[in-house]
Ligand binder design. Structure first.
Ligand SMILES: *[C@@H]1O[C@H](CO)[C@@H](O)[C@H](O)[C@H]1NC(C)=O
Ligand SMILES: *[C@@H]1O[C@H](CO)[C@@H](O)[C@H](O)[C@H]1NC(C)=O
Ligand SMILES: *[C@@H]1O[C@H](CO)[C@@H](O)[C@H](O)[C@H]1NC(C)=O
Ligand SMILES: *[C@@H]1O[C@H](CO)[C@@H](O)[C@H](O)[C@H]1NC(C)=O
Ligand SMILES: *[C@@H]1O[C@H](CO)[C@@H](O)[C@H](O)[C@H]1NC(C)=O
Length: 564
């Protein structure tokens, strides 16, 4: 009996290896998964090649009812019916900019050009400060550029905001749901991507901003081990100093909904009975200023994360894969420009810098740190923020929120894995948030400005028309990224772009031309290394301050809607 079963097992494996389980109805492909049959549709790549698109595939059960604030549960078989994966999922609840949302959002998209040979898989983890964004193929993650190369592309949604990260300091509700969703999407890819011509042994995870911070957490998480083989991090890493108190925000949310605040069971039961639209609206109302600061972040829960990610990476206890790590020349330098006309606010920020700084830059109240930051970036005698120094003020966000965490990741990981380090200096025609000069040309390269060259989208930049002057940058970056996904190096020769390793540090400056040299901006990051020599621990800032009012940030605003 055992023999027969074993034989059967071998036969089964062989048949999976050699049978292409796809049929076509007209032009539409139908793929036969272990979960059931799934029908896709066709679209065109930038160069007009046919793409087979499967959109809105559920990878986890709907996180509703008792499953809200619970770890995700994998999707089970849907029987004989052919599932029509022909339109994008609704996006996860978020401060809506008139997007169609649903709590039933744990779905993914797969794009492939054929179903045969095993191709590298690139998986996009979206950003949005853990409160915004999606894997939607029109809003954020179009496959048209990447699919001109020989890869399979996957993008997905994960739970956001309180629904993704609520923490009650109990063993039942420890947060990290959004990250566990991501792990489950990666498991789905491991189990099913071969049916779409993807190689489950050659998966690259790619994230931007909070999505890049998530990628760094997958480097650190034992749950993500073996689920990916290379990683691309664009403008974000959880090896930063952030001290974000999920428990504080969870209790604040409960209080504002009239729910019990302290007993975990009472709190969660009450919040499970709330309409998610109210949960989103209440959190949105905390964002009174238009700055970027995260309210929801990972927990060191002993499951997804055994220790602080910085510690794990420093000790070499992480998933050691080749890394391509980038940031942009100006990141959040312009984040305060929206307030240029708001003189009273700028005045208050200047004269009370030390009071605002901990919440703006996500550290625990500390007068010495605030003073040092002010001295370094603004000058010790400065009491005004105005058009003369607003960019220096913005640079504190660039360095503290984005650059320093990235810099620290490069410096820690290079001892264990090759790290291709890049700064994008190329100023294109379009920008997410940089101010424009009189010819409408952006004045720099803002946060997320590089994403438009990887995936066309309504958010970050629509598909470029023929002849557009930035097409060369799209071709360059998609070529590097897909080559990296395939081989672990962005170029054919590492001589042209050597990786950082334990003895060498290199940076590729990605302008109109490219140039390799020593990393820049190190003096600025040295200040943050000095102020935050070790990883911040969870649990703190606002709670200890005793303030119930969330100062800072503008996640709700249109502009910030595009940040992180
Ligand atoms: C969280 O729970 C632990 C263990 O029950 C307790 O020691 C700790 O004080 C709690 N933290 C907060 C902020 O309530
Ligand atoms: C949730 O609230 C929205 C509007 O705020 C409403 O349209 C919807 O019907 C409510 N859903 C439930 C289940 O009460
Ligand atoms: C700051 O002000 C103090 C006292 O007015 C003065 O002594 C010092 O030189 C000033 N520093 C700078 C950098 O201007
Ligand atoms: C690598 O070399 C091949 C063959 O010469 C070329 O077609 C390809 O564009 C190169 N790729 C990169 C990323 O340099
Ligand atoms: C680091 O890389 C350089 C080439 O860029 C190489 O010459 C050197 O031997 C490497 N060092 C280590 C310790 O691997």
């Amino acid at each position: 009996m055992a023999c027969v079963l074993q034989l059967f097992g071998i036969l089964l494996i062989v048949s999976i290896g050699f049978t292409i389980s796809v049929t076509f109805i007209d032009d539409d492909p139908i793929v036969d998964l272990s979960l059931g049959k799934i029908q896709g549709s066709t679209m065109q790549s930038f160069q007009g090649k046919t793409i087979y698109a499967f959109r809105g595939i559920r990878y986890a059960q709907a996180p509703v009812g008792q499953l809200r604030f619970s770890n995700p549960i994998p999707e089970s078989s849907w029987g004989d019916e052919v599932f029509k994966a022909t339109s994008d999922s609704l996006v996860c609840p978020q401060p809506g900019i008139s997007l169609l949302m649903s709590e039933d959002c744990l779905k993914l998209n797969v794009f492939t050009k054929n179903f045969e040979n095993k191709k590298p898989v690139i998986v996009y983890i979206h950003g949005g400060a853990n409160v915004l964004g999606s894997g939607h193929s029109i809003y954020e993650a179009g496959p048209q550029y990447l699919l001109d190369h020989d890869v399979v592309f996957v993008a997905f949604n994960y739970r956001l905001g309180a629904l993704g990260f609520l923490n009650t300091n109990s063993s039942e509700t420890k947060g990290n749901f959004g990250y566990l969703d991501q792990v489950m999407a990666l498991q789905w890819i491991r189990d099913h991507i071969s049916h779409f011509g993807g190689d489950p042994e050659l998966v690259t995870i790619m994230g931007m901003s909070a999505g890049s911070m998530a990628v760094s957490l997958h480097l650190a998480s034992p749950l993500s081990a073996g689920l990916f083989h290379r990683a691309i991090l664009m403008s974000g890493s959880a090896t930063n100093h952030f001290d974000i108190d999920n428990l504080f925000w969870s209790r604040k949310l409960a209080r504002e909904l009239g729910c019990p605040m302290f007993d975990p069971t009472d709190l969660v039961e009450c919040l499970r009975n709330e309409n998610w639209t109210r949960i989103v609206e209440i959190c949105k109302a905390w964002e009174s200023y238009q700055f970027v600061n995260m309210k929801w972040n990972y927990e060191i829960d002993g499951y997804f994360l055994p220790k602080h990610p910085t510690k794990l990476i420093e000790e070499g206890k992480f998933n050691k894969v080749p890394l391509l790590i980038s940031y942009t020349a100006n990141e959040l330098d312009y984040s305060a420009y929206v307030h240029l006309e708001n003189e009273p606010l700028l005045h208050d920020l200047g004269s009370n810098f030390e009071k605002y700084a901990p919440e703006l830059f996500l550290y625990n109240q500390n007068a010495i740190i605030s003073q040092r930051l002010k001295d370094y970036y603004l000058g010790s005698n400065t009491t005004e923020i105005n058009s003369d120094n607003i960019e220096q003020f913005g640079r504190i966000f660039s360095d503290g929120i984005i650059g320093h965490g990235v810099h620290r990741l490069v410096h820690l990981a290079r001892h264990f894995s090759p790290v291709y380090y890049m700064r994008t200096d190329y100023v294109g025609e379009r920008t997410v948030s940089a101010p424009l000069d009189e010819d409408n040309k952006p004045l720099g390269v803002a946060h997320a400005d590089d994403l438009q060259y990887i995936m066309p989208s309504l958010w970050y930049g629509t598909m470029m028309p023929e002849g557009h002057s930035d097409i060369f940058m799209m071709e360059r970056l998609t070529s590097w990224f897909t080559h990296f996904a395939k081989t672990g190096t962005p170029l054919n020769s590492t001589g042209d772009w050597p990786p950082c390793n334990s003895s060498d540090l290199w940076m590729l400056f990605n302008g109109v031309a490219t140039q390799v040299g020593s990393p820049l901006d190190s003096d600025r990051y040295a200040v943050w290394d000095e102020l935050f020599p070790t990883a911040a621990r969870s649990g703190g800032a606002a709670w200890k301050l005793g303030v119930w009012v969330g100062v800072a940030t503008g996640v709700a605003s249109r502009l910030i809607g595009k940040l992180m």
